[in-house]
Write a protein that binds this ligand. Sequence first.
Ligand code: ADP
Ligand code: MG
Length: 267
Amino acid sequence: MLAIKDTDLPNIIELKNISQTYSNGKDFIIKDLDFLIEDKPGQGQFVVILGASGCGKSTLLRYIAGLQNPTSGQVLLREKPVQESGIRAGMVFQQYSSLPWMTVLENVELGLSFQQVDAKERRRRAQEMIEMVGLAGHENKYAVYPTLSGGQLQRIAIARSIIASPDILLMDEPFGALDINTRLQMQDLLEDIWLKFQPTIVFVTHDIEEAVYLADDIYIMAANPGRFVHHISVDLPFNRNMEVKHSAQFNEIVRRVEDRMIEVARM
Ligand SMILES: Nc1ncnc2c1ncn2[C@@H]1O[C@H](COP(=O)(O)OP(=O)(O)O)[C@@H](O)[C@H]1O
Ligand SMILES: [Mg+2]
């Protein structure tokens, strides 16, 4: 059990004794999994999950988003079952999820469609968000590749999910399809957004440097059945920049995570 409870703070996300089977219990994709993220007010939490393909990472995000229920166990947001919690988590996927028949502006406005916001205010906030993610000047283009690049399409997805000020932002390998320079830019954009809005972020990646750069806490999953086996707390400055990647401290943590990943692959 890796659930870490080191304060009296309430929990923003809690997975309790989760199991998942699609074969009436013959095969468990996830078994006896526990996971806990405390709600640290005004601080946010940046949690990164690492683990081999198929270990159940996307499945966990779907539970938290309320898109799927586990076979057994409890998924609690602020200590209530997802559906009763009133918490709507934003989600960003690897595949571009923008609607190609709508413009950039319309796509970002969609993020407010569950809230009572009048059209004028919706437009104003969308415009502000578009500027924040570096898409000013592209408002009226259709959100389609190659009119917009992969990185620009991911900027739309981030703007759309963050505009509603979600308490939780779920990101499933969001930068996995981007070239290295775009990926690095997006990491810094996300860092800025996180500092500004302070949501709890649960971020899935296969890239260890990305994990260390972004995370407060890294959790490593093992597969067959999926469960958490390691927690690494990333002791680096709160407000990071590219410089930190050259530090001995950063590289030491990267190596520590790599060793754990190798160990887990052999389990
Ligand atoms: N509807 C389903 N029916 C059967 N197996 C599924 C279903 N959805 C997911 N799986 C299996 O569950 C496992 C975990 O999937 P997933 O959460 O997508 O893993 P990850 O995101 O870590 O790669 C995989 O082996 C996948 O094939
Ligand atoms: Mg996945």
